[in-house]
Design a protein around this ligand. Structure first.
Ligand code: BG6
Length: 494
């Protein structure tokens, strides 16, 4: 008998984006400047991708002095700021039930120290949210997706400075007050575990600005401040809107032991714990002993105020959301082993998996494995808020984009989600495909790393018409949503 892949009624199918990767209009509508506006395009190649994360005061000065034609891709995004109605109409055409977007703090407060918010920025998001509601699309809003206002780096020491918590809370309060009637699902910080991997975009931390301490000291402190801010935001939202649901968001990296050697298994376990422990704080409301031990063993200290423990306890999340793209392996000793790049990490290459053009190893079963692991650990409803394939798309002469590779990736991941729900008993709320419309890549800042079901005609240098063109995957996802995820029914239709 043919297997059918079922999903619960009301399952939230949709797509996800982030303000800094789509909006453009970096200096319009009263928007202040952000760190992302200062990240230059660097053609560093797949193996050297971590060089993108290197950012110094010198880079910052160059960005501030740059000529208008200099290549800072986040400044232009895909011009969603001017195309949002068309974009949301296309999402609605696919049948989206949910759309994950992020708000740019710098549009709500031109300068985070301002007393009054920027009404033009608020009006933009009200329009976006109304547009979603017009089509019955539920917005899922991230307060902070790698987009710190530049002032946090120049006039503060990023999230290392405790005052930033108050600035953030002023911003969060305005978001809840002005957008709360349109939004039921909120996320606080995107990928809370990322501070150690790319401190500049997560925490507005520029290493050369911390000559007085080990940089790790600044990172752990900044992380603590974000944890406190996140908990305060959860509590505030719950107080203002008792029916709203607020989630945390993690990078669901997944490492398999490279061999069955105990050393490789231990290394794998340690690697995974070093990612989970930040979500532990947001779910259980306290630091894991593992994290406290690590800080102590490194000879670092994290300044915590007496009320912080209570704040973390009172601000625990309602659900756990995560990004999932690929898996790789861990070995205690990596000398002589092939390595594979992944989502802001390198891992040992898994000989059983295929890789994308950017070296990320595709692994649909790893999604099922991850869902089970997360649900068993946290016992909270889960939400996949990012999953997708970055690929080079080619437009044919008749102006079409045939992307069977993306359809295949989607289909296999959806099958494994269904198995996790129906066979493993995982509580999964929804699924938002990352980059449902082509956008600027976070790690490579390329347009040519395309995730979308909708093609956007612009290249890595900003040349193009910005025209939106549905790809084959657009029509496939439309059918998939209409069938509530039953991909076997779609296959049978042919
Ligand atoms: C996630 C980020 O980790 O990965 C997104 O939240 C990012 O912002 C996505 O775009 C895909 O990564 P990349 O580097 O291919 O854009």
């Amino acid at each position: 008998m043919d297997q059918h892949y079922k999903f619960p009624e009301g399952f939230l199918w949709g797509g996800a984006t982030a303000a800094n990767q789509i909006e453009g209009a970096w200096n319009e509508g009263g928007k202040g400047m952000t760190i992302e506006d200062c990240l230059p395009y660097r053609d560093v190649g797949v193996a050297d991708f971590t060089k993108q994360f290197h950012f110094t005061t010198n880079d910052l000065e160059e960005a501030l002095a740059a000529e208008p034609e200099a290549n800072y891709p986040k400044r232009r995004g895909i011009q969603h700021y001017h195309h949002y109605q068309e974009d949301i109409r296309l999402f609605a055409e696919m049948g989206f039930k949910v759309y994950r977007l992020s708000i740019a703090w710098s549009r709500i407060f031109t300068d985070p120290r301002d007393e009054q918010p920027n009404e033009e920025g608020i009006a933009f998001y009200v329009n976006v949210l109304k547009e979603c509601k017009k089509y019955g699309i539920e917005p899922l809003v991230t307060l902070s997706h790698y987009d710190p206002p530049l002032v946090l780096a120049t006039d503060y020491r990023g999230w290392y400075s405790r005052e930033v918590i108050d600035l953030f809370m002023k911003y969060a309060r305005v978001c809840f007050e002005r957008f709360g009637s349109y939004v039921k699902y909120w996320l606080t910080f995107n990928e809370v575990d990322a501070m150690l991997r790319h401190p500049v975009t997560s925490g507005a931390l520029i290493e050369d600005r911390f000559p007085d301490m080990p940089f790790e000291q600044a990172i752990y402190q900044a992380m603590h401040h974000q944890m406190v801010a996140s908990a305060l935001a959860v509590k505030l939202c719950h107080n203002m809107y008792p029916d709203a649901l607020v989630g945390c968001m993690m990078t669901k990296l997944c490492f398999y032991p490279y061999t069955c050697k105990p050393e490789d298994n231990l290394a794998t376990q340690q690697r995974m714990r070093s990612i989970y422990r930040y979500v532990d704080i947001q779910v259980f409301g306290e630091y894991s002993l593992h994290l406290l031990k690590e800080i102590e063993n490194k000879g670092l200290t994290v300044q915590m105020q007496s009320e912080d423990g209570c704040i973390l306890k009172e601000g625990t999340v309602d659900f756990v959301s995560f990004s999932y793209y690929m898996t790789s392996c861990m070995a205690a000793k990596t000398e002589g082993l092939d390595m594979a790049p992944g989502n802001t990490v390198n891992g040992v290459k898994n000989p059983y998996l295929e890789s994308s053009e950017w070296g990320w190893q595709t692994d649909p079963i790893g999604l099922r494995y991850s869902l089970v692991e997360l649900y068993d650990r946290f016992r909270k409803p889960l939400f996949i808020v990012e999953n997708g394939l970055g690929a080079k798309d080619i437009m044919t002469e008749d102006g079409k984009i045939h992307d069977p590779y993306r359809i295949e990736y989607l289909r296999e991941h959806v099958k494994n989600m269904s198995l996790a729900i129906n066979e493993d008993g995982v509580d999964l709320m929804g699924y938002t495909w990352w980059g449902c419309i082509d956008l600027v890549s976070e790690s490579t800042r390329q347009m040519s790393k395309r995730y979308g079901f909708i093609y956007v005609d612009v290249d890595d240098y900003g040349n193009g018409t910005y025209k939106r063109i549905p790809k084959d995957s657009f029509y496939y996802y439309k059918k998939l949503i209409a069938a509530n995820g039953d991909v076997s029914a779609i296959d049978m239709e042919g």
